[in-house]
Design a protein around this ligand. Structure first.
Ligand code: NAD
Length: 489
């Protein structure tokens, strides 16, 4: 079984920790690796290495820093198949989903390669006679990112390329449930010849995260994970004087109007709700059918869900893999049972249906519920599994009211052929990522990933120009050069 190592100051290092976590392959339940919970001394070593590397890295011209990222993009692409297999083996999603998420990550590397222009400031000449004023962007220093299990490649790449392109040095603490993808990502980065200390990888869980949040050298924290942890990370980081951007959980609604294209809508909503086994922060988990959409959409989505091919993500033709862990599977099954006990009707039950040949895996099949009481635990809780709740609304206004009652605001989607209804929805909906006839409204790398409310704590989001602003501090210079001084020459 592989013992996962940290990467500090350009070296792979075995942790001194006596605490470990075993990593199962979610499709088989067999352990494939063991990850250490790094000690505070190891976090300190990572922070000191990053601090030592910072002055020279900061002075490396942005265009030269970008050259490492160009090489990195090529290496990621050349190794996409291997990375895809690693993601599927430790995270469970299908191979196509794994390679797809890597591609979305690579797009962030591409955007960060534009750092020479992205990092530019601006200048105003003659703010008073002979006086100019300009703003420049400088890096923040040592920064860290703490990432979740569900996108082991893409989410670290929402942060790492921008952080180092801006001249910061960086520490990654990936989810303890998917450390192997991070190891491969950092190994490839090392192969670009990046100077030692610019990037470190440390493994661990809650205590490791708290050591990072309390470390005085680390100036900024990027976080993605559940809302409760996002809130904790945001409070502790900011109380320690750090800047923080913390993306949290979600409960994403899709609204289906009677004029929607049923075939297209059903396919897209099924992919959104059951793709990645529902473990996407942009998974649809509540479908609100308006008026006459109820019958036609309800029947169609049950058909699409029951036809979904569930199995090991490395097998041909599989459309949905297992959930991440045995504990997650049990938690989701309990939530379905709780919903049932609180009055929900189960239209399609994905529990207790083992996959032949993978009896040890953490599989659930698509599940569809209706009549979930609006104020029940199930209606408010992020299930993070392949479970879709069907709701009926009389009008678009009723649907919007339902959507806007949610504590979250990661994504909301509408399916319609009416431009006016779509515009009303995007104008009034209380969510930061909006899909119109799109079921996973994931912003491209050159747009911010704009969660709102309990789905985000902070002000600057991941990706694109927001990332550059987060990873730089502005310096404003006011300069006086009296005209008469030029007469000396
Ligand atoms: P999680 O909150 O359990 O873990 C995220 C990270 O926090 C991990 O690195 C983990 O080690 C660390 N952590 C866990 N508990 C902690 C604690 N008590 N104190 C300090 N650190 C702690 O999340 P997860 O289960 O890995 O990921 C799934 C969650 O992430 C879902 O809620 C999903 O919606 C959310 N997510 C959000 C986005 C987004 O962009 N908003 C994207 C992906 C996932």
């Amino acid at each position: 079984m592989q013992h996962v190592q940290n990467f500090i100051n350009g070296q792979w290092q075995t942790s001194d920790s006596t605490e470990y976590w075993d990593i199962p392959n979610p499709a088989t339940g067999e352990n494939i690796a063991r990850v250490p919970f790094s000690t505070p001394a190891e976090i300190d070593a990572a922070a000191q290495a990053a601090l030592a590397a910072y002055p020279a890295w900061r002075r490396t011209p942005p265009n030269d820093r970008a050259q490492y990222l160009y090489r990195y993009k090529t290496l990621l692409q050349d190794n996409a198949q291997e990375i895809g297999r690693i993601i599927t083996t430790e995270c469970g999603k299908t191979y196509a989903e794994s390679v797809g998420e890597l591609q979305r990550g690579i797009e962030n590397v591409e955007v960060a390669c534009g750092i020479p222009s992205l990092i530019q400031g601006y200048l105003s000449e003659d703010i008073a006679s002979g006086i100019d004023e300009f703003m420049i962007r400088q890096p923040v220093g040592v920064v860290a990112a703490i990432t979740p299990f569900n996108f082991p490649a893409m989410i670290p790449l929402w942060f790492l390329p921008y952080a180092i392109a801006c001249g910061n040095t960086f520490i990654l603490k990936p989810s303890e449930r998917v450390p192997l993808t991070a190891v491969k990502l950092i190994d490839l980065l090392h192969a670009t010849g990046l100077p030692q200390g610019v990037v470190q990888l440390v493994h661990g869980s809650k205590d490791t995260v708290n050591s990072i949040l309390d470390h005085p050298t680390i100036r900024a924290i990027s976080f993605v994970g559940s809302s409760a942890v996002a809130k904790h990370v945001y409070s502790r980081a900011t109380a320690n004087g750090k800047r923080a951007q913390c993306q949290g959980g979600a409960k994403n609604p899709v609204v289906v109007l009677p004029d929607a294209d049923v075939e297209m809508t059903t396919k897209i909503v099924a992919d959104s709700a059951f793709g990645c086994a529902g473990q996407r922060c942009l998974a649809s988990s509540v479908a609100i059918a308006v008026g006459a959409a109820r019958e036609m959409f309800g029947e169609a989505i049950i058909g699409a869900a029951s036809n979904r091919q569930v199995g090991s993500g490395l097998d041909e033709g599989i459309q949905m893999g297992p959930v991440i862990s045995a504990a997650s599977k049990t938690r989701i099954e309990k939530l379905i049972a709780l919903g049932q006990s609180q009055g929900a009707e189960i239209l399609l039950d994905g529990r207790n249906q083992p996959i032949h040949g993978y009896e040890g895996g953490f599989f659930l099949r698509p599940t569809i519920l209706q009549n979930v009481a609006p104020d029940s635990d199930l209606a408010r809780t992020e299930i993070f599994g392949p479970v879709l709740n069907l709701v009926h609304a009389e009008t678009v206004d009723d649907a919007l009211q339902f959507v806007n009652r949610s504590a979250y605001g990661n994504m909301a989607c509408i399916f319609t052929s009416s431009g006016a209804a779509a515009r009303k929805f995007r104008y009034e909906v209380n969510a930061g990522n909006v899909g119109i006839n799109v079921g996973v409204a994931a912003p491209m790398a050159f747009f911010p990933f704009s969660g709102w409310n309990e789905s985000f704590f902070g002000d600057l989001h991941a990706q694109g120009q927001h990332a550059v602003e987060f990873y730089t501090q502005t310096k404003v210079v006011v300069e006086r050069w009296p005209r008469e001084w030029s007469r000396k020459f």
